[in-house]
Design a protein around this ligand. Structure first.
Ligand code: NAG
Ligand code: NAG
Ligand code: NAG
Length: 342
């Protein structure tokens, strides 16, 4: 190799190193080797996610793999995951979308070792799963605002700068958080009566602002309470819902109920959720490295993969679930990407 060739080679190496692939930019491709497991052998799969058992007639939605545009991600290897996480503890904290991800991970791992012992204790707010033969604990804590709700004389107070609940998140090797959808609930589904921010207690406020305050409180908690040499922290990002045809480029569609195919390509017909920029800017300012599991685009492209009317065996054709995800399905990909990022 001559001098100039060598120099060009060095520059090439340098470019390769400075280049990093965004695995959240990509598209869904049909892959006959998917899904990664048969959900029928997951004995503890919750009815709300068990679309096939509830009678969903189509199976296309199970056969898609996420393909990043600029690189490949390794296929999820359950045995390797179990080995690497033996004697460890994982905790998912948030709302029913974190429950979806917890359920995906527990089913996906169990499917690889169906004969091994496990225990499952479901006592809200905690669901605790243990792969006994691996001494691996995978917990889920229902805590949909991340910050506290305290019951006081005046009523239930959502406290945007209080996070006493964080005590229960210590001692884990891996933490995965989410929060978003519950910030927009109105009575009677809203589980608080007042919001406290700083020294003020108000009846209501701009909900996106409230989310931002709470996430800043959470970020301060991670920065001050988590030891990054022990615990890895992920933030799930914002999972897309599909109640309007305009969400997926079919203005005539009333919701997701008839969808059987993803949106093809790597562009969503609808803009991203307004929460994404808030999450990104808060994560960027954090001291402790927190990994953003940016599922926004990949979920926007999947109107077909929700439970639809198959969220329960009692089919109700008028309504359908276009928020959560069937299992097997899209949350398996979230866990595959989490595995790739570890
Ligand atoms: C199981 O794992 C925990 C940590 O998650 C550890 O403290 C404990 O010693 C382990 N138990 C055994 C029997 O190895
Ligand atoms: C399951 O656990 C029990 C008690 O801990 C043990 O005796 C048994 O060998 C385990 N079974 C398997 C398949 O590992
Ligand atoms: C809240 O009230 C306390 C005590 O009244 C005061 O010391 C503190 O500065 C106030 N904090 C804010 C943010 O106003």
């Amino acid at each position: 190799m001559g001098f100039w060739e060598f120099l060009i080679f060095l520059i090439f190496l340098k470019l390769q190193n400075s280049y990093s692939c965004n695995i959240f930019e990509g598209s869904w491709v049909f892959d006959p080797s998917y899904p990664l497991y048969n959900s029928a052998i997951c004995p503890f799969l919750r009815t709300q996610f068990d679309c096939q058992k509830n009678g969903r007639p189509d199976k296309f939605y199970l056969g898609y793999r996420w393909q990043p545009t600029e690189c490949n991600v390794p296929r999820f290897d359950a045995n390797d995951f179990l080995r690497r996480f033996s004697d460890k503890k994982i905790l998912f904290v948030g709302d029913s979308l974190i429950l979806d991800q917890w359920q995906s991970l527990t089913c996906m791992l169990h499917a690889a070792v169906p004969m091994s012992n496990y225990s499952l204790v479901q006592r809200l707010p905690i669901y605790s799963f243990n792969f006994l033969d691996y001494n691996l604990t995978i917990d889920m804590e229902w805590h949909q605002f991340l910050v506290d709700i305290d019951v006081e004389k005046m009523g239930r107070i959502l406290k945007l700068d209080s996070i006493k609940g964080g005590k229960a998140w210590k001692g884990y090797d891996l933490l995965v958080f989410d929060s978003w959808h519950w910030w927009f609930y109105k009575p009677p589904n809203q589980p608080w009566d007042f919001i406290q921010v700083g020294n003020h207690t108000v009846k209501d406020m701009d909900r996106i602002e409230a989310f931002k305050f709470a996430l800043e409180t959470w970020a301060k908690w991670v920065d001050s309470e988590v030891d990054p040499s022990v615990t890895k922290v992920f933030y799930q990002g914002i999972s897309a819902s599909h109640y309007h045809g305009t969400d997926f480029g079919k203005p005539e569609a009333k919701g997701c109920n008839r969808e059987t195919q993803p949106v093809m390509g790597s562009k969503s017909p609808a803009p991203p959720s307004p929460g994404i920029e808030i999450v990104k800017s808060i994560l960027n300012k954090m001291k402790n490295p927190t990994i953003f599991l940016d599922i926004s685009l990949l979920t926007q492209l999947r109107p077909d993969a929700h439970p639809q009317i198959y969220a329960s065996p009692q089919l109700t054709a008028s309504t359908g679930d276009c928020t959560h995800w069937c299992i097997a399905g899209v949350p398996d990909i979230w866990n595959s990407l989490l595995y790739a990022l570890l």
